[in-house]
Design a protein around this ligand. Structure first.
Ligand code: ADP
Length: 626
C-alpha cells in the first residue's frame, strides 16, 4: 500500500476558503452538487457502454445510494458510475480545470465578495462544496474496466490531500462526509428526503436510501429496505401543465449553476418530420466570461433518454449563447459525433426552430412584458446584436427587438426602429444615427445641428459595436441607416452657387494647407451654429471604433476625412475676407490649423500635436490682450 501527500493548487485553496467562509448560508447545496456529480459519472459510463458493452460487467442497475450513519457522524453518497483512476483523482480533485477560475477569483477580490460569491457555482467547483458541511472528506473510487484498481482520496481542507491505494468491490465512487458539528441535521432521513425532492427530483437515476419498514420485522428486528427518493422523470418530457414553476427553477439551477431563478422558460415540443422536445431558459444575469468566449455554448443534447452531449454548440448560434437548456430528439443516432452533427439536416432544422422560438419569445416579451424585456435587454442586448452581423435570415427580426436611446427619448429610456420609422418626418428618408460612448456628448454634438433644426430624430448608438453592426445592416424595412458624422448630408441648404464661387479660393487654400490631413474641404449641409466639423466617408469605420480596434492590436483601413465648413458662420466669413485682403497673412495659416484641430476635438479625437495646438491658442490669447 502506498500513500502520497499532495498539496492543493492555489486556486483550490482559494475556492475552499470561499466555500467555507462566504457560502456557508447555502450549505445545503452540497447534496445537490454531489448527487449531480454522481449522476454525471453514471451518465458518462452509460455513454461509454454504448460502444463498449463490456465496461458494465453485467451491472447495469445504475443508482446513487445515500447512507446516513449517526454513530460515525458520516453521510456517504455512493454511485456505480464511471469512477476515477488514480491519475484522474489527482487531476479532478486537486486542481480546477476551468481556465477562467483564476480570473474569476481576481474579479471576486476586486468586487464585493459577499454578493457575488454564488457565481462560483458556474465554475464547476461542486465537489469542494462538501467542505461547507464536512471537516474531513474521504473519496473511495474505482474506475470502470477490468484491470482498474481503487484509491482513497482524503482531505481536511488544510491545503493538503492524500491518495492511497485500496480495495473496492465494484466500480464507482463513494464520497464520505465527516460532518461538522453544526451540520449534524444532515444525518436525519427527513432532511435528506426534503433536499433530494427539492434539488434532485428529476435526476434520471434512482437516488435511494435504506429505510426501516414497520411491516417487515424479522426476529424482532426491523428490516431495512431501499426506497427511491426521486421521481426520476425527465422534466422536459413531462407535460407543461403538470410542472410547477419551482421545479423548472430547480432544474435550471441544476444545469446552469446559476443562483438566480431564470428570467424566462421556453418549453415546447415539435412533432412531424423532425421530432424533438426543448426546454430552454433565458437567465437573468450575464454569466461571467460570456464576452470572452469562456462559456460552454449550447443546450444539453439527449437522444432517446441518453445524454449525448453536455453542450451542443451546433444547436444554437453564438449570439444566443446565453440560453441554457436541454434538447431531446429521438431522430438522431445514439452514437452521434460532432462531425455528424455539423452536417446533419435534422440538427439544422432543430436549430432553426430553436432560434425562431427564442426570438418570438423575446418579441412577445417586449410587447406584453416590457419591463421584463428591458431587464433582459440591458443584460444581453449587446450579445443579441451580434446576430445582425451573423444571422442573415433573422437580422430584421433581431433588429426589431433592439432598443436605442435617441434625441426624442429621455436619458435611460428607449425607442425601437419601428417606432423611429413611425416618427419620421414627411421629408425624411433615412434612419439617422450618431455613435459615441456617452449620450451627453452626443446630445450636444454640432453634427446634429441641422437635424435638430428640422426636428429629425437621431438614434444614439452608444454600444461600441453599434456603428459596426448597424452600418453593416445597411437598412431596416426599406429605410437606410445614415450616420450623422459620415458622408454628405444636405439638410442645411448651403449649396449656394454664388457663395461657393466667393469661397472657392479660400477653400483651395485650406485644402493646400491641410494636405495629407484631410481629403477635401467643402461646405457643410449639417452645420448651422458651428464653424466646421470633420466627416468620414460613407462606409468608413467610425474613428472611435477604429481606435478601439487599434487598442486591441488590429489594423484598420485608413480613414479619409473631409473638413466641412459653415459659410454662414462669422469666423468662416471673416477668414474668407482676410484671405481676400491679404493671402500672405500668417494668421490664415495658423487659423486653418486651428480649425482642423478644433474639428478633431469635436470628433472625439486629439490634435495631432498637442504642443503646437496649445501654442497657437496661447498666441491668440496674447494677441487679444495686447
Ligand atoms: P464539475 O463536476 O463541475 O466538473 P467538481 O468539482 O464537482 O466539478 O468535480 C470535478 C471533477 O471530478 C468532475 O468533473 C469529475 O470528473 C470528477 N468527479 C467528481 N465526482 C465524481 C464522481 N462521483 N464520479 C466520478 N467522477 C467524479
Amino acid at each position: 500500500m502506498s500513500e502520497n501527500k499532495f498539496e492543493f493548487k492555489t486556486e483550490v485553496n482559494q475556492i475552499l476558503d470561499l466555500m467555507i467562509h462566504s457560502l456557508y448560508s447555502h450549505k445545503e447545496i452540497f447534496l445537490r452538487e454531489l448527487v449531480s456529480n454522481a449522476s454525471d459519472a453514471i451518465e458518462k459510463l452509460r455513454l461509454e457502454s454504448l460502444s463498449n458493452e463490456d465496461i458494465l460487467e453485467s451491472d447495469s442497475n445504475f443508482k446513487i445510494k445515500i447512507y446516513l450513519d449517526k454513530n460515525s457522524k458520516t453521510v456517504k453518497i455512493s454511485d456505480n458510475g464511471l469512477g476515477m483512476s488514480k491519475e484522474e483523482v489527482i487531476k479532478n480533485l486537486g486542481t480546477i480545470a476551468h481556465s477562467n477560475t483564476k480570473e474569476f477569483l481576481k474579479y471576486l477580490k476586486e468586487k464585493n465578495i459577499e454578493s457575488e460569491a454564488e457565481l462560483i457555482g458556474q465554475f464547476g467547483v461542486g465537489f469542494y462544496s462538501s467542505f461547507m458541511v464536512a471537516d474531513k472528506v474521504t473519496v473511495v473510487t474505482k474506475r470502470a474496466g477490468k484491470d482498474s484498481s481503487a484509491v482513497i482520496w482524503e482531505s481536511k481542507a488544510d491545503g493538503f490531500y492524500t491518495v492511497t491505494d485500496t480495495e473496492k468491490s465494484g466500480r464507482g465512487t463513494d464520497v464520505i462526509l465527516h460532518l461538522k458539528d453544526d451540520a449534524l441535521d444532515y444525518l436525519e432521513e427527513w432532511e435528506i428526503r426534503t433536499l433530494i425532492k427539492k434539488y434532485s427530483d428529476f435526476i434520471e437515476f434512482p437516488i435511494v436510501i435504506d429505510v426501516e419498514k414497520e411491516s417487515t420485522v424479522v426476529k424482532g428486528e426491523k428490516i431495512k429496505e431501499e426506497e427511491t427518493l426521486n421521481s426520476q422523470k425527465a422534466l422536459w418530457l413531462r407535460s407543461k401543465n403538470e410542472i410547477k414553476q419551482t421545479e423548472y427553477c430547480e432544474f435550471y439551477k441544476h444545469i446552469s449553476h446559476d443562483y438566480n431563478d431564470p428570467l424566462e422558460i421556453i418549453h415546447y415540443n415539435v412533432e412531424g418530420l423532425t421530432e424533438f422536445t426543448a426546454l430552454l431558459f433565458i437567465p437573468k444575469k450575464v454569466p461571467f466570461g460570456i464576452f470572452h468566449n469562456h462559456q460552454k455554448i449550447g443546450p444539453m443534447l439527449y437522444v432517446k433518454r441518453v445524454q449525448i452531449m453536455e453542450n451542443c454548440e451546433e444547436l444554437l448560434p453564438p449570439y444566443l449563447r446565453f440560453v441554457k437548456g436541454v434538447v431531446e430528439s429521438s431522430d438522431l443516432p445514439l452514437n452521434v459525433s460532432r462531425e455528424i452533427l455539423q452536417s446533419n439536416k435534422k440538427v439544422e432544422t432543430i436549430k432553426k426552430s430553436l432560434v425562431s422560438k427564442i426570438l418570438d419569445t423575446l418579441k412577445n416579451m417586449k410587447k406584453s412584458e416590457y419591463d421584463k424585456y428591458l431587464e433582459f435587454y440591458l443584460e444581453f442586448g449587446k450579445i443579441l446584436k451580434e446576430g445582425i452581423h451573423i444571422d442573415f435570415a433573422n437580422k430584421e427580426d433581431i433588429a426589431s427587438i433592439l432598443l436605442f436611446e435617441s434625441t426624442e427619448t429621455e436619458s435611460g429610456k428607449f425607442t425601437t426602429l419601428d417606432d423611429y420609422i413611425k416618427n419620421m418626418k414627411a421629408d425624411q428618408n433615412e434612419i439617422y444615427y450618431i455613435s459615441g460612448s456617452k449620450r451627453k456628448d452626443l446630445e450636444n454634438s454640432p453634427y446634429l445641428e441641422a437635424f435638430k433644426g428640422k426636428n429629425f430624430e437621431i438614434l444614439f448608438f452608444t454600444d461600441e459595436i453599434d456603428d459596426f453592426i448597424m452600418s453593416g445592416m445597411m437598412e431596416y424595412k426599406g429605410k437606410k441607416f445614415k450616420s450623422a458624422t459620415k458622408g454628405e448630408i444636405d439638410i442645411e441648404k448651403n449649396k449656394d452657387k454664388e457663395k461657393e464661387k466667393d469661397f472657392k479660393d479660400f477653400i483651395d487654400f485650406m485644402k493646400d494647407k491641410l494636405q495629407g490631413k484631410v481629403e477635401d474641404v467643402r461646405f457643410s449641409g449639417r452645420l448651422t451654429n458651428s464653424p466646421c466639423c470633420l466627416v468620414t466617408r460613407e462606409h468608413d469605420i467610425d474613428p472611435q471604433m477604429a481606435k478601439l480596434f487599434e487598442a486591441m492590436g488590429q489594423k484598420t483601413p485608413e480613414i479619409k476625412r473631409t473638413l466641412e465648413i459653415n459659410p454662414n458662420h462669422k469666423l468662416i466669413e471673416k477668414l474668407n475676407q482676410l484671405y481676400k485682403n491679404d493671402k500672405s497673412d500668417k494668421k490664415l495659416d495658423d487659423f486653418t490649423q486651428l480649425l482642423f484641430e478644433h474639428a478633431l476635438i469635436l470628433e472625439g479625437s486629439k490634435p495631432e500635436n498637442g504642443n503646437d495646438f496649445v501654442n497657437r491658442v496661447i498666441d491668440i490669447m496674447v494677441d487679444n490682450l495686447k
